[in-house]
Design a binder for this molecule. Structure first.
Ligand SMILES: Nc1ncnc2c1ncn2[C@@H]1O[C@H](COP(=O)(O)OP(=O)(O)OP(=O)(O)O)[C@@H](O)[C@H]1O
Length: 335
């Protein structure tokens, strides 16, 4: 897959009261075209700084950022405006014009580009439909709910031929139900308009729900990055475990039983795999907890399963581990 952005050794420092703050420390990153790219990290990790480099609100202190083959620092004048139409941003607090109607807000980027009134209102009306705001054309932002305001923000961002949508904590001001609705809308628009979406958030649940690629940023460093599928199937991946957390363990295993923490490589196996492994070895299996989750479009299953090894030779456990490894990723023998 080609990259829409490529960052090479990008650093960003700020000076604050005579001190140097290292917001980003020589990070390198490829953002695949067509991905829903989640950048997650705690407060102060450097997420906003990274996004602000992509929407040209800041410049790197060192390193280069390419948009396709174009180094961002070479963009000048009209090329900057063209780039920002292709790479718009939506914001946590929506940043709408309060004195303009919904339709006028959405049409605004076209007005800036000198597009005639009839054409821009026609295009804005198309976007109204795409984001499901029919009937709200003449409302003012103060008359809208948070979710409706973000729909206006999304429509305004996409009105001028966007290719990449940057989302700056775009659901952080919304309740969880509205967050899901907005993420569903973003996922739908991504498909329909062939977008790349780059979303920064402190919320693991947002990343789990929508992202197909995830980057963890901490103290200005990239700790780990990859596609959800790759991360889940890497037994050593910290991000993989964060994306698919261990289910509640319940009670400890009984004496002589051994508990395994497993990710299934193929979730279609989930109903039969553990019992078949147990039967083939002449032992009993008991599911402790777990289930199938959908993560960024990938079905993933993590289970804790107890196996009864009472009275079995030591070699039985090695045989069990080997059988489990054939179709699952063994994260650990818990007890
Ligand atoms: N303009 C600035 N001047 C000085 N320091 C800054 C500036 N912008 C960011 N920083 C500092 O850079 C570091 C990274 O900040 P950044 O806003 O990128 O983090 P973040 O992950 O987006 O956090 P949050 O989720 O709280 O917004 C922080 O220590 C922050 O205080």
């Amino acid at each position: 897959m080609s990259s829409v952005f490529r960052l090479e050794n990008v650093s960003k420092t700020f000076s604050r009261s005579g001190d140097t703050v290292h917001a980003l420390r020589s990070i390198s990153l490829d953002i695949p075209a067509g991905s829903f790219f989640g950048i997650v990290g705690t407060s102060g990790a450097g997420k906003s700084t990274l996004l602000r480099l992509l929407n040209l609100l800041e410049k790197p202190s060192s390193g280069t950022i390419h948009f396709h083959d174009q180094p961002l620092h070479e963009l000048k004048g009209a090329a900057v405006r063209q780039y920002l139409s292709k790479v718009p941003t939506i914001f946590q607090h929506f940043n709408l014009f309060h004195a303009k109607t919904v339709l006028e807000n959405i049409a605004f980027p076209l007005e800036v580009r000198g597009i005639g009134k009839t054409a821009r209102l026609k295009k804005a009306a198309e976007l109204i439909e795409l984001v499901g705001l029919q009937g709200k054309e003449n409302a003012y932002p103060s008359q809208l709910s948070g979710g409706q305001k973000q729909r206006v923000g999304i429509a305004r961002a996409l009105v001028a031929d966007a290719e990449v949508l940057l989302c700056d904590e775009a659901t952080s001001a919304l309740d969880s139900e509205t967050t899901t609705i907005i993420l569903d809308l973003l996922l739908k628009l991504k498909q329909q308009l062939n977008l790349t979406i780059i979303l920064i958030t402190h919320s693991w649940s947002v990343v789990r729900y929508a992202a197909d690629s995830v980057t963890l940023i901490q103290d200005g460093n990239i700790i780990e990055a990859g596609s959800v599928r790759t991360l889940l199937h890497d037994a050593d991946s910290y991000l993989g475990r964060q994306l698919l957390p261990a289910p509640d363990l319940g009670r400890n295993p009984d004496d002589g039983w051994v508990r395994y923490d497993l990710i299934l490589s193929d979730v279609r196996e989930q109903s039969t795999f553990f019992s078949e492994v147990a039967r083939s070895l002449g032992i009993t299996a008991a599911m402790v907890s777990g289930g199938v989750e959908r993560l960024g479009g990938v079905d993933a299953a993590r289970f804790k399963v107890d196996f009864d090894l009472r009275g079995k030779a030591a070699s039985a456990q090695a045989a069990l581990s080997a059988a489990l490894r054939e179709k699952s990723i063994v994260l650990g023998k818990v007890a």
